[in-house]
Design a protein around this ligand. Structure first.
Ligand code: SF4
Ligand code: SF3
Length: 540
């Protein structure tokens, strides 16, 4: 195996024997083959020369999502996805006057062993023999995986966009071709544009379905009834679980990226929706243990499952883990059936209290724009000197203490704008407020970084500026998996310059490609908290 798609990839070599995330060789190879066959499907779709239909777009999006870090560790589920993709590719082939001449179009197999064997010649290393071109193709592929995850969440709510589906075809087909650096750089920028579209689509899907997020205080303590813990990013699962547990003796709690569900009006009416339990994804091995009740993983991030809670863990959607029960979506579009989990919850003890108090969030674009007068006054009076966008992902490494230090040491006249699980590094610090505006404004999940961009655009308009980079906003983004790659490319596509990216620059960027990004966008690696704070306060 070879994998370098996340921030925790083994430095210098990528993960070659077993992933730091727990992904083993077989799973990694199956994921590589799945992407390879998706390239074949894309070449055929391109040759067909007409728009792909929604079902094909959905299948491609799901295939990409399954390969996102910490999403699916279930070899049988990935094997089935490869079979489905081959069937679709071959069906499309029969309609073509001229079939593209490429191994990813003609290669066939049907068993797990054949798919694993194929990965020897189809993984990331096969993208190009030239390391800079491979680096650019990796950047496109990883951004594509991230934006596909967002698009899939929107599709679950009935929102699709042909332009995004068409881009799946363009980008995946490009991975199978010999293209020069300029073409690949152009495609990288286009990946950012499409990532903006994907986040906007998901924002529309979430807010039209569940209302605009509102300022909300979320309880982080526990009640005295058994609970179900729900994690990941899928709000439709959240809705169905709340409906099915209403009127039972079971409470519902959120973990990690599901925290922002509390901010949506549609979920506030449920009195058994008690609060947020625990913290970031990587702490789940301890927090799932002490939660005591069933846990539903709707997406990433799943960490290697401990025996102490394996029997209480369930996956759904594109998430999967060998030996863990999976709750499928019925083919007829009806609700998923969470009754087994609910029954199990009734036999469990209530969660162990690990903290008490409240956290505040719900500062997505609509809510912040509603407060625009207050925010503009605070900037004009000098009460707010600077905004620092600290969105993105959290991760295991101690080096991420940097983000806690930055948040804690930023001057009191600064406001942190956040989204994604990166917030868990500082959202429980008591950082106070500025004239009633909290110093940490949480917009929501990582995809709600879109909200932060909308807020920046609005401020640019209000202050009559020509360039988004003239605003008193610095960007100190944390990345871990491929959704953060999509968010980063989206910010670049929106014209944001001078982004700090940490805790390390991606392993898959070669020195030449990293230098090109630095030159074009002034991307910077992080330094110490002290020196970055003084640079940011000086506008650098
Ligand atoms: Fe390694 Fe990250 Fe790939 Fe897992 S997803 S195998 S940790 S690079
Ligand atoms: Fe987190 Fe996995 Fe990226 Fe949605 S839950 S931000 S890491």
């Amino acid at each position: 195996m070879y994998c370098d798609q996340c921030q925790e990839s083994v430095k210098g070599t990528g993960c070659i024997a077993r992933g730091v995330c727990g992904k083993n060789e077989v799973t990694a190879k199956l994921q590589d083959t799945l992407v390879y066959i998706l390239e074949g499907l894309a070449l055929c779709a391109e040759a067909a020369g007409k728009s792909i239909d929604d079902n094909v777009g959905r299948l491609i999006g799901e295939g990409l999502f399954v390969t996102v870090t910490n999403t699916n560790f279930d070899d049988d589920a990935i094997t089935e996805k490869i079979r489905e993709t081959i069937a679709l590719r071959d069906q499309l082939k029969t309609t073509l006057a001229s079939v593209p001449d490429h191994d990813c179009v003609s290669w066939n197999g049907s068993t797990k062993e054949e798919f694993v064997g194929k990965a020897e010649r189809s993984g990331i290393e096969a993208l190009s023999t030239h390391e800079d071109l491979r680096s650019l193709k990796s950047l496109i592929l990883y951004g594509l995986k991230g934006l596909a995850a967002y698009t899939d969440h929107a599709a679950v709510l009935g929102y699709t966009d042909d332009a995004i589906h068409q881009f799946y075809v363009t980008a995946l087909a490009a991975l199978a071709k010999d293209l020069d650096a300029d073409s690949l750089l152009g495609l990288t920028m286009e990946t950012g544009n499409i990532a903006v579209k994907a986040m906007a689509l998901l924002d529309k899907a979430n807010t039209e379905t569940y209302g605009n997020p509102e300022i909300t205080k979320v309880n982080i303590g526990v009640g005295n009834r058994p609970g179900i813990l729900i994690s990941g990013h899928d709000l439709k699962d959240m809705e169905e679980l709340l409906k099915q547990t209403e009127g039972t003796d079971v409470d519902v709690y959120t973990h990690c990226e599901m925290l922002p569900a509390h901010y949506y009006p549609a979920f506030k009416k449920y009195s058994h929706f008690v609060g947020n339990y625990g913290s970031s994804w990587w702490a789940q091995d301890k927090e799932f243990e002490s939660f005591n009740g069933p846990i539903l993983m709707t997406t990433n991030c799943i960490v290697p499952v401990k025996e102490s809670y394996r029997g209480r863990l369930f996956t759904t959607g594109n998430a999967g883990y060998e030996g863990v029960r999976h709750i499928p979506a019925p083919k007829d579009g009806s609700s998923k059936d969470f009754s087994e989990m609910i029954k199990l919850a009734g036999t469990c003890k209530p969660p162990v209290e690990i903290e008490t108090g409240e956290i505040i969030g719900g500062f997505a674009h609509n809510q912040v724009i509603a407060l625009a007068d207050k925010v503009v006054d605070a900037v004009q009076s000098g009460a707010i000197k600077r905004f620092v966008v600290m969105a993105g992902c959290d991760g295991r490494h101690n080096s991420r203490k940097y983000y806690t230090d930055v948040a804690g040491q930023l001057p009191k006249d600064t406001v942190i704008l956040t989204a994604g699980c990166a917030k868990y590094r500082y959202n429980k610090l008591q950082l106070g407020d500025i004239g009633g505006i909290p110093r940490v404004l949480d917009a929501g999940q990582c995809n709600d970084s879109y909200s932060l961009a909308v807020i920046a655009m609005k401020l640019k308009e209000v202050f009559g500026l020509d360039d988004i980079n003239d605003l008193p906003i610095s960007y100190d983004i944390a990345w871990y998996e491929q959704k953060a790659v999509a968010v980063l490319l989206a910010l670049l596509a929106l014209g944001v310059k001078g982004i700090r990216l940490g805790p390390t620059l991606p392993e898959f960027l070669t020195p030449n490609i990293a230098a090109a990004l630095v030159e074009k966008f002034d991307i910077k690696p992080i330094d110490t908290a002290e020196s970055d704070i003084s640079a940011m306060m000086a506008g650098a």
